[in-house]
Design a protein around this ligand. Structure first.
Ligand code: 9WN
Length: 434
């Protein structure tokens, strides 16, 4: 299994960086790069640090780390939207020159990766120097999310596009996205994804795509100015899963800050973010079923689908023992891992008990190994070793049987989406070597 996982990362090597998947994804994606770095930390820590630098190098002056760093010369026929569709060259905060960045972000797994690389490298070596070099960028990235993207200081980060959540067409966004109407002046486009994944039932619908592209137009029109976006953008949601990843990443950043003997002010600032978001995640839990819920910053929305994001306080790794226990029970219940028809006891992205569940469609039911990994690391931090061990064991059994697909049908175990997906291989490596 270890050899197989390493072979996937080798096969996806694009020369100095690793593609998320061979055909469907020809650019650097932000959180993919972080997961890939976690896997590579076990094989080649220097290369792992370089994967992280590849996305952090295109950070905006605002602190935003773009969700895609585009490979120069790869056009919209290969992946759409391509770099030119974003128009980020007109954004004051975007970096100039090539490679071009997109104008939105993704969950901040990077500091978790940086911490892993640090642990697996040696005192005084070049890899540690590379991580030390990335530390200020990680700090300003987290400050962007914790402050700029949460102007009310609620502890929950606002996303302005479903792609920012990383869980693109989760039913979590149905309400808020349903209220977005694409304008008649949406420039025409042609999807490239369906060329690589020929079964459209595995991917978002055309109606979803129109709205995704319309949100990009709206961001472009205000030149990605954060104040304008956070005041007037038609899609603004407080994302509990992204917030939880930020908490986990801040805990890692704090450990790095200790190693690097960073200033007491920095550490106090990071600690404040952890505490504020931990409290906000606890408050966002529904007293009836225990699951954590996103909040529409525009005030609308009554749909509360049961999804894997409901376990955000576990992913954060900082929940109170009581809350953690309750969520571990829900995780093991028939609504999630305890469902009797599952091929492996792993959480589907949407609960099979939820009306929005779809076993094959992107983020609406399939099992995504990276979300299992996020849950696993949080459970370990919380001392919930038995629940963590069960997830790891089932995930390794799954990989042993089907390999490293992007996502899987939860009842049959059929591999779906892109085959030989780098981040799936990377988390398997971490499970095997960690
Ligand atoms: C849009 C690369 C990315 C992941 C996301 C996943 C998918 C893109 C797409 O692929 O998103 O960003 O084209 O569907 O949802 O989490 O980072 O693997």
């Amino acid at each position: 299994l270890r050899e197989g996982a390493a072979a996937v990362l080798r096969a996806n090597d694009a020369g100095g960086w690793t593609r998320p998947g061979r055909d469907l994804y020809p650019h650097r994606w932000s959180w993919d790069a972080a997961f890939i770095a976690i896997g590579l930390a076990h094989l080649d820590p220097a290369r792992a640090a370089a994967e992280l630098a590849g996305v952090l190098d295109r950070q905006w002056t605002s602190g935003l780390v773009p969700h895609i760093v585009y490979t120069p010369g790869v056009g919209p026929d290969v992946y759409f939207p391509d770099a030119s569709r974003w128009g980020t060259e007109r954004a004051a905060a975007a970096p100039i020159g090539e490679p071009r960045p997109s104008g939105i972000c993704q969950p901040p797994v990077h500091a978790v990766a940086a911490r892993r690389i640090w642990q697996l490298s040696r005192r005084g070596d070049d890899v540690r120097a590379a991580i030390a070099h990335l530390y200020p960028r990680l700090l300003s990235w987290h400050r962007y999310l914790a402050e700029t993207r949460d102007p009310e200081g609620s502890g929950l980060v606002t996303i302005v596009h479903p792609w920012e959540s990383g869980t693109d067409n989760s039913p979590r966004w149905d309400d808020a996205l349903g209220r977005v109407t694409a304008g008649d002046d949406l420039p025409p486009y042609e999807r490239a994804d369906l060329r690589h994944v020929p079964d459209p039932s595995m991917r978002p619908t055309d109606a979803d795509y129109d709205r995704y592209l319309w949100l990009v137009e709206r961001l472009k029109r205000v030149r990605y100015d954060d104040d304008a976006v956070l005041r007037g953008h038609p899609f603004r949601v407080k994302d509990v899963l992204l917030t939880a990843v930020l908490v986990a990443a801040n805990v890692c950043l704090l450990e790095l800050a200790d190693e690097l003997e960073a200033s007491a002010d920095h550490k106090a600032e990071i600690r404040m973010w952890v505490e504020r978001s931990t409290a906000a995640l606890a408050t966002a839990c529904d007293p009836n079923d225990g699951l954590c819920r996103d909040r529409d910053a525009l005030g609308g929305g009554s749909g509360h689908p049961r999804t894997v994001a409901g376990f955000a306080p576990l992913v954060a790794g900082t929940a109170s023992p009581r809350l953690a226990r309750r969520l571990v029970d829900v995780l093991g219940s028939a609504d999630f891992c305890g469902h009797p028809d599952l091929r492996w006891p792993l959480p589907p992205s949407t609960s099979p008990a939820d009306p929005a569940f779809h076993p094959r469609r992107y983020w609406r039911g399939p099992v995504w190994p990276v979300t299992v990994w996020l849950l696993w690391q949080g459970l370990e931090r919380l001392g919930e070793h038995e629940a963590a061990g069960d997830l790891r064991e089932a995930a390794l059994a799954q990989a042993g049987s089907v390999g490293f697909p992007e996502y899987l049908e939860p009842f049959t175990g059929e591999p779906l989406g892109s085959r030989d997906q780098s981040w799936t291989a990377a988390v398997v490596l971490d499970w095997l070597c960690g």
